[in-house]
Design a protein around this ligand. Structure first.
Ligand SMILES: NC(=O)c1ccc[n+]([C@@H]2O[C@H](COP(=O)([O-])OP(=O)(O)OC[C@H]3O[C@@H](n4cnc5c(N)ncnc54)[C@H](OP(=O)(O)O)[C@@H]3O)[C@@H](O)[C@H]2O)c1
Length: 315
């Protein structure tokens, strides 16, 4: 069974690799209902749980609540207890502490639970509700037991530091910062987010860890994804050719370790001390991603990947 790690300085324990569920029920960015359906997602959930993964990431905005609903249903029908983390979106019309409580109530209902291990602020937007008020509302929810830990997402080093201090005043540790991080996006290293998180004891949760499928090596320029990703320059022939040094390294190491490029890319992230949450649309992807656990890249191979992906420190 995979080992578990604590989220920051909290008692919440999760597996060192999770599953991202943005694509579950989402028809705007992903193609839910076309290439994959509820059946495939149920199988992805089951395959992850069977591989020993207990950590699932969702958000109230994914598929307008459908991701939470599906995850809640799968978890309810499973005989294994899983940790479902979700996110609060600071919409401009949410101006009072009560709006946090209401959003959480609705998420808990969709997830069919009375409490969740981690509640994250999706983005660091402060429209009419001050961060201080938001953090106070979240601390209150921890005290009431509806959430076990507070996390943030897409916070810069200084925003994370502030959130940390605001929670600390109320005796609550900031558990995590969920940020984009992969071999093709290493900005959190150059912008000081990773280092600050380590200093504060805040866990970094890495989203889009496969660069939305690019790091699997399956997209070649001619072979392009459907949906909005088709418009993304990185998936066009010129984009794919720019990333070829990284893909070649992943393929070379995949052969050496008898793994897949995706498993190598995820293992590199875990070697940086973060928790990747790759998205999976079916059992095959879920099984493959779970196969990034239980072994380790040797230091010289981790270094090779770190070196070849240096151009992505700034992007
Ligand atoms: N906090 C935030 O603002 C934020 C933002 C983005 C994401 N997230 C979270 O992070 C999670 C993961 O990020 P992501 O979905 O953007 O990107 P990702 O995990 O890098 O890529 C996921 C996509 O890659 C493909 N894929 C995954 N595993 C594969 C495998 N083993 N073999 C082949 N293809 C595979 C699938 O799409 P295809 O099969 O269609 O290629 C899948 O939907 C999300 O689900 C969400 O929970 C959070």
């Amino acid at each position: 069974m995979p080992t578990t790690v604590s989220l920051g300085n909290t008692a919440v324990q999760v597996t060192s690799l999770g599953v991202g569920t943005w694509s579950w029920g989402d028809r705007l960015f992903w193609d839910y209902g076309k290439g994959y359906h509820q059946t495939q997602l149920r199988e992805a959930f089951q395959a992850s749980v069977e591989a020993g993964i207990n950590f699932f990431d969702t958000a109230e905005v994914y598929g307008r609540g459908e991701s939470e609903r599906l995850l809640g249903e799968f978890a309810q029908q499973s005989n294994v207890t899983v940790a479902c983390a979700t996110k609060y979106f600071p919409f401009p019309w949410r101006v009072t502490r009560q709006s946090v409580a209401k959003a959480l109530t609705e998420s808990l209902e969709r997830l069919q639970v009375s409490s969740i291990p981690l509640y994250q602020v999706h983005v660091p937007f402060s429209f009419f509700m001050k961060q201080e008020t938001l953090m106070a509302a979240l601390a209150e929810e921890v005290q009431q037991g509806r959430i076990q830990a507070v996390g943030v997402s897409n916070y810069s080093a200084s925003q994370m530091q502030k959130a940390y201090e605001q929670l600390q005043k109320r005796g609550i540790p900031l558990a995590s910062n969920q940020v984009r991080y992969s071999l093709l996006n290493r900005k959190i290293e150059s912008k000081g987010v990773l280092q600050t998180a380590q200093q504060l004891g805040v866990t970094v949760i890495a989203y889009s860890p496969l660069a939305q499928g690019l790091l699997t090596g399956k997209y070649t320029g001619e072979q392009r994804p459907t949906g909005i990703r088709r418009l993304d320059a990185r998936f066009k022939p010129s984009g794919v050719s720019q990333i070829s040094p990284v893909i070649h390294s992943l393929q070379h190491l995949a052969e050496k370790y008898q793994k897949t490029p995706a498993q190598i890319a995820l293992n590199w992230l875990m070697m940086q001390g973060v928790i990747p949450i790759p998205g999976a649309k079916n059992a095959h992807q879920a099984q493959q991603n779970a196969g990034a656990l239980g072994w380790q890249l040797q230091p010289e191979d981790t270094q090779e990947l770190t070196r070849v992906s240096e151009p992505w420190l700034e992007s």
